[in-house]
Design a protein around this ligand. Sequence first.
Ligand code: GLU
Length: 638
Amino acid sequence: MAQRKNHLAMLGLLVLCAACSPNEKLAPVSRGEPGKGDAGAEPDGGETGTEDDLFAELPEIAPTASGRGGAAATVDLRGTLAAIEVLKKGGNAVDAAVAAASVLGATDPFSCGVGGGGFMLVYLAADNKVVAIDHRETAPSGLEASAFYENGAPIAFDDLVTSGLSVGVPGTVRGWSEALRRYGTLGLKDVLQRAIQVAEAGFAVDKTFFEQTGRNLARFQAITSSKELFLGPDGEAWPVGTVFKNPDLARTYRLIAEGGERAFYEGEVAEAIVAAVREPPIEPGSTLNVRPGVIAPADLQDYEVRVRPAISTTYRDYTIHGMGLPSSGGITVAEALNLLEGFDLETLTPVEVLHRYLGASRLAFADRGAFLGDPEFVEAPVAGLLSKDYADARRDLIDLDKAPTGAAAPGDPFAFQTDPSPSPGGGQSARRGDAGPNDAGDNETTHITISDAAGNIVSYTCTIEAEGGNGMVVPGHGFLLNNELTDFNVPSDPAAPHPNVAEPGKRPRSSMSPTIVMKDGKPELALASPGGSTIITTVLQILVGHIDLGLPIDKALAAPRISQRNASSGSSDAETAFLGTPEAEGLEALGHVLSDANTTGGEIGAATALRFNGDGTVTAVAEPVRRQGGSAMVEQAP
Ligand code: GLU
């Protein structure tokens, strides 16, 4: 990748150190409720107003764009615009991804931010290889699995969600720093400038932001710092149209811009994180039981990013690169694809295709639940799970004529291990255990897909886990802490072994599935989605829709979703738009039980994708409807 350039001069961003006024309630803009990313009522004092300032006049939001040069798709207009801005000024896809993610930390604070972590998959065009930057949150060194039990019984999941106990040591800032150092052309100081400006100048609250605040209302009201930032003087969500400013976040970003990653992992930010975790800032009189956690200053200081190889499989004419452990995403997608490869999906009816898709996903999830965990603690049978022979042996468990009942048992991938060497870091053998909670939350997390003119690609999923993460804003610093440690399994029997139980320094198993697809040695697609464990099925359904059913990538993203994750009930979650369709009726006739996803989390997966077309153009696609739709842009429109 290109040499580092003169950072600030190249970006040409003027950051105004405006006196930061508190959030102002403005009348909703005259067009009615502004859509996500709608310029709305722009505040004064933030925009530079120069001719090449892309933010001076925000364009209309669009979920699809085709053209040449680089491209970007995110859930938010400003996030996408920040990426395009960096690309136009000569930065590469990694620079642009960090710029976009940091802006989303301001505009989409309930989904991602410096209080969380993520997985960034990078295709390095010059080397023709895919690498993965794992900046997953990590259990603090003082956290034993027993911390999740009281009186011999697991602490209720909902209680862990808002607690110091579930906060993992955040990885995002070190992840950004490592990504830029290894593969970027700019430094943190350069790429954070737009996020500083957006946080400081503010933006109009839109319907999604308003609703996300509303779903967090009870706990924000109970936590002093969260109440101060996200609620108005009446203790309610800021109404649509309010200019929402976050000067504390701007200051945090500025500290990181000036001091680098150490300004986050040591000093006042680190101290504030430790204090919030160990003594949650509870509103006087609140009855919410927010248990303290055990993060210590050394946990932050010692946090390490892992740069890992991507995991890869072939699917028909394609090579699929995904995220390996500690995410289960890439392995589970790959196993399901290997199972599906044995069916000639092109020749089948939509119901027959979906029946096989659900069956493959069910079996792959059975293995996910039993075998996968942090590779530094668990010797997971990854080679076996990825083996085509294993898929061939397991495929017959899909009854072609009727839906299965109940949950599938895991298979025996150990018999198919071609590489007996231990996983990186070695550790104890994988142990079978229960399949874990069948999480179906869909409003959290976000996925960013970006490419540059040199052909580099970033497929980056970042998160703070639940929508609103832990619910705790770090006082004085304007960002929410994650509750990522709820991704550990907490078996009802504390002595029950499981590869994904909490251990000091361990990373909880994730479902995040950033994906890059190659064909004939060239990039074809980059994609992924938020959505907890439904991320895996969303990626799978999009790949089947596009590759096997021939749907254009925007249609594959928009299609109503159905998700089978080996629930003990045997049922599959379906979006409301899927229920009542001929496909739904056909599946029900085969015995499938479909649950309305609206009862378990609403929409399934606001994905983003890039498609690299044969003529040298690129199509960027964001979700058109879910979460009010995202934003896709290209560097050079045709
Ligand atoms: N905690 C989730 C995971 O790592 C984040 C993804 C999501 O919930 O959307 O799988």
